[in-house]
Design a binder for this molecule. Sequence first.
Ligand code: HEC
Length: 179
Amino acid sequence: MRREGVICGLVAVLAIGVGAVSVAPMTAFAQAPLALEGSAAPAPWARYRNWNQTSWDGYNALNRRDRTPPAGREVVVRTVTGDAARGRALAFDRTRGGGCMVCHVMGPGTPPSPGNVGVDLTEIGTAGRTDQWLYNYIFDPRVYNPESVMPPWGKHSFFDDREIRDMVAFLKTLKTPMR
Ligand code: HEC
């Protein structure tokens, strides 16, 4: 008798509990969408149009560290005249290897979430750098800093002479503090 009573009580408690639990969530939340079709592997180019799909075979990787061309001599350039607007577009172009924003802040027009590995170039136009310095820093920073982590864009033929000159012209316009 006593045992039956306990079991009846338990069933009653369970019934009340299940009733309470089953009603509350269905009225409070919509069903979360769950997509099961297709691959779960990350494929960012499928999600982000214009994702860089260049072959990186000519670049260093963890298993091949010897592909970067050896540093050469400082390139001699006279006063650089270039298309600053084109240089700005190149510097900000995330489809060309990530652009300079990966490491640098470049003035008030810098898009959100830039990197901070490199120095803030917001006022590089007032820093008294020569055109030759700026050109070589983009062409191959190793002529000034053998330990630089900045890629040797020119040495890698990633940007050509014209493009580097345009970016130098852009850097020279950077004079306005962020705030
Ligand atoms: C992987 C990070 C990284 C990227 C990408 C990068 N830089 Fe740099 N850059 C640096 C670092 C770090 C320095 C500081 C000096 C050094 O380590 O050589 C630097 C220094 C410089 C300097 C010299 C600043 C001075 O005080 O004279 C210039 C100019 C420059 N970068 C321009 C660029 C441009 C233009 C781009 C894009 C085409 C670029 N950087 C992309 C990391 C980067």
